[in-house]
Design a protein around this ligand. Structure first.
Ligand code: JEW
Length: 255
């Protein structure tokens, strides 16, 4: 996969891509990363990428010209046909999710536009971006961190990127539920013991325990996820049992 990132702060991406799984993916040729400084596409003598908003108001807005030229420079260097996804990160975008990550991971090439200050000129949104994504309902200072979130979620889905580490398919979030609790050595840490079943070597029993933990946790913390998930018969019976327990249990009980 090829990724191009347009930003005023390309250095913000150097550390994330300079270590660990991202770096290995680049070194192994699974991903090519191209950082573009929007300021390099300015032509005035002060290299201004932003300007005052028409109509007044606080802050600055990124000018359309340098952003259009940066994307057009990428497009004109391609030999294939159009259809290049150009993704604008913004609080007004469609909500990011694992399903969106899965869709994006099917593309051979993604371009990300990272705004800053009060955002980008509306014509970038209307006439240049082909997609607009929000990573959530909170206020940030720019699109760089959102771009990293999207890229992280997408890259780990590419074959070979996770290498020998856990498969991207094994995560329960991939099927829309929370994860079961994980333990490693020691079996007794400061008196807090690893659940006996995990030491038993009984793999069928372990699988059943983990599935129950997944359902319990999701019911307790994210019941909204259970509504959407496709549960098997055993899962549904467990949900009913746990819901009945909770409704009849003592007030303030955590179980
Ligand atoms: C995000 C790009 C560029 C994405 C998600 N927030 C906010 C906001 C900003 C300026 C004006 C109005 C609201 C800051 N900002 C961005 C924020 C993406 C830009 C400028 C972003 N949250 N925030 N999910």
């Amino acid at each position: 996969m090829r990724i191009d990132i347009l930003t005023l702060f390309p250095q913000m991406f150097e550390a994330p891509f300079g270590f660990g799984i991202f770096k290995r993916a680049i070194d192994n040729g699974l991903v090519s990363l191209n950082l573009h400084n929007i300021r390099d596409h300015t032509h005035d003598k002060h290299h201004s990428a932003d300007d005052y908003p028409y109509g007044g108001g606080a802050g600055m807005v990124l000018r359309p010209g340098p952003i259009f030229e940066a994307v057009e420079a990428i497009r004109s260097a391609l030999d294939g046909p159009g259809g290049l996804p150009v993704i604008l990160l913004s609080p007004q975008g469609r909500p990011f999710s694992q399903a969106v990550a899965r869709d994006l991971s099917q593309q051979p090439h993604l371009v990300f536009i990272c705004g800053h200050y009060e955002g980008v000129d509306e014509r970038v949104r209307q006439h240049l971006a082909t997609d607009e994504i929000s990573i959530g309902d909170y206020v940030l200072t720019g699109g760089e961190v959102p771009a990293l979130v999207v890229i992280d979620a997408v890259l780990r889905l590419l074959p070979g990127v996770l290498g020998s580490e856990a498969s991207s398919l094994e995560d329960s979030h991939a099927e829309g539920l929370l994860e079961y609790p994980q333990y490693t050595r020691p079996a007794d840490f400061r008196g807090w013991k690893v659940p006996e079943v995990l030491l038993s070597g009984n793999h069928a029993q372990i699988a059943r325990w983990r599935r129950e933990q997944i359902i319990r946790r999701t019911l307790e913390r994210r019941p909204d996820l259970l509504d959407k998930a496709s549960l098997g018969l055993e899962d549904k019976k467990l949900v009913e049992r746990l819901t009945a327990l909770k409704d009849s249990g003592p007030t303030g009980s955590k179980e």
